[in-house]
Unconditional design. Structure first.
Length: 512
């Protein structure tokens, strides 16, 4: 296969030979077995991602400009930083994203849009075997089998055939010499055949074979990178000369959208006034309702309302449409989105009140991030309407906002953040003689050893942690959590920068 593009694109010389691709696949399977099988995860993910990128270049030789190689390598390394900081699901996804973007950048032309880049990167994850089969089936060129004629042997068959005679006769000669030579006979007696067979059985266990097959399927897309063929451009649709009086146009014309925005602004104004009175000015809640109940029952519905508001604006305010050209409707939309942003801020304040009563958890941290993304998305909608940019720009901007936010979250020590907040805001039990604070110890223990610095900080106050349900239960075994961390970090594959920082802290405070 020979594909040439312009100066900014690559020149693809074709995939490497069968032997090279087979060797690359074996190397990747062996590396995955050594790094991952029955091993803890950590920096090993970044090591394998870089190795996979290098193997993709070896198995798909191509000539690309130096800046493309530099850009691709930079994206690859930047996406590995989260998993080097700490290994979790989110950082692992960024590591996978980095190597897939690398594979696309050095093969295909760079899409002009961010969404296009990520879409082509996602297509790279489709196993190459499945993709090639679907392309063959869709082409409709599966010809009937030819008559049975002698066919030349494949390179694999020729490679295997040349070893049959040497191995069979070689084994036969070894057996003969073992009988005739006492030294060889003693050597074979020393060899523990049962132990060798057991080791061989462990090496080729069903679970390991399944792992090798899964590794092959997952990595083959990078060994044989798929380059989509360029199809002929589609003819533009005929111009619309007149609007049809269908149900959609009757319900979503300029008059109906204007009335809808007026009604929505009034409804949101009532809700905004209610939130301002209860949450911002301190007006007492109705009798029998606590702030925790008020926060709990309002967060989810308000988020749904904000999402529906954004969706309605995108559907009705089409670029160049009558709704966008109307000054009245633009003013109503800006007012409604501003109220929706206030709605999101009120939801964040509600969640903050709920957390102050029921403590902080991972899901509640995720909820804060999610609400912030919704508020940012609404602000981008305002920018799109004000600047009359396209919906394609809005999609790319929101995608960039999500990626930047999630990438930043990879460098936040969430367990330490939760433990620090919960301990700092924990209440003391009624019996002040216990000198402890009520904290959900079981939950803190589930977050792992990263909570140890926050727990140790209490000792400077000469206080302990006690469980809210059982004040007699003091803080969890510190040595148990230390041993858990030390045993994990003893394997270099599980190394992470955050784990290394904790190890340094424990070395300095292990015997305090």
């Amino acid at each position: 296969m020979v594909v040439t593009t312009n100066e900014t694109g690559p020149t693809l010389r074709g995939r490497a030979g069968y032997q090279v691709r087979a060797a690359v696949a074996v190397v990747l399977i062996a590396a995955a077995d050594w790094l991952f099988f029955d091993q803890p995860l950590g920096i090993s993910i970044a090591v394998f991602a870089v190795l996979l990128a290098a193997c993709a270049l070896v198995a798909n030789p191509m000539v690309v400009p130096a800046w493309r190689i530099g850009l691709s390598t930079g994206v690859l390394l930047v996406c590995q930083l989260p998993v080097i900081e700490d290994c979790n699901m989110l950082s692992t996804l960024f590591s996978i994203l980095g190597v897939t973007l690398f594979a696309r950048f050095v093969v295909a032309e760079l899409p002009s849009r961010l969404a296009g880049k990520l879409l082509e990167a996602a297509l790279q994850l489709v196993p190459g075997v499945i993709r090639e089969f679907e392309a063959l089936e869709a082409s409709g060129k599966i010809a009937p089998p030819p008559p049975a004629l002698p066919q030349p042997a494949s390179p694999l068959m020729r490679s295997m055939a040349v070893w049959i005679v040497p191995l069979l006769l070689g084994g036969f000669f070894v057996g003969l010499f073992a009988i005739a030579n006492p030294l060889l006979e003693n050597l074979f007696q020393v060899i523990d055949l049962r132990a060798a067979l057991k080791a061989l059985g462990d090496l080729f266990s069903p679970l390991r074979l399944l792992f090798w097959f899964a590794t092959f399927v997952a990595t083959w897309s990078f060994v044989a990178i798929y380059v989509p063929s360029k199809s002929a451009p589609m003819a533009p649709p005929p111009p619309v000369t007149a609007e049809l009086e269908g149900p959609a146009n009757l319900m979503f014309n300029e008059a109906s959208i204007t009335r809808s925005l007026m009604v929505f602004n009034v409804i949101f104004a009532v809700q905004t006034a209610s939130d301002l009175s209860f949450l911002w000015t301190g007006v007492a809640l109705p009798h029998g309702m606590s702030y925790a109940d008020y926060a709990h029952r309002g967060v989810a519905p308000l988020m749904v309302a904000a999402l529906l508001a954004g969706a309605f604006v995108l559907v009705t305010m089409r670029p160049g449409g009558a709704a966008e050209r109307s000054h009245l409707m633009r003013a109503l939309v800006f007012t409604w989105i501003a109220q929706t942003v206030l709605l999101v801020l009120s939801s964040i304040l509600r969640l903050d009140l709920y957390v102050s009563v029921y403590s902080l958890t991972v899901l509640r941290v995720a909820a804060f991030v999610w609400m912030g993304l919704i508020a940012g998305g609404l602000a981008l909608i305002i920018a799109r309407i004000a600047m009359r940019w396209s919906n394609a720009w809005l999609i790319d901007a929101n995608l960039a906002l999500v990626l930047v936010t999630l990438y930043a979250c990879c460098f936040v020590n969430v367990p330490d953040l939760i433990a620090t907040y919960n301990i700092a805001h924990a209440s003391q039990p009624a019996d002040a003689t216990t000198q402890c604070r009520n904290v959900d110890l079981r939950y803190l223990g589930s977050l792992g050893p990263q909570v140890l610095p926050a727990i140790d900080a209490l000792r400077t106050e000469k206080m302990k942690i006690c469980d809210a349900d059982d004040p007699s239960l003091v803080q969890p075994s510190r040595w148990q959590m230390i041993n858990e961390h030390v045993s994990r970090m003893a394997n270099w594959r599980a190394w992470s920068f955050r784990g290394w920082q904790l190890s340094k802290y424990l070395d300095a405070h292990a015997y305090d």
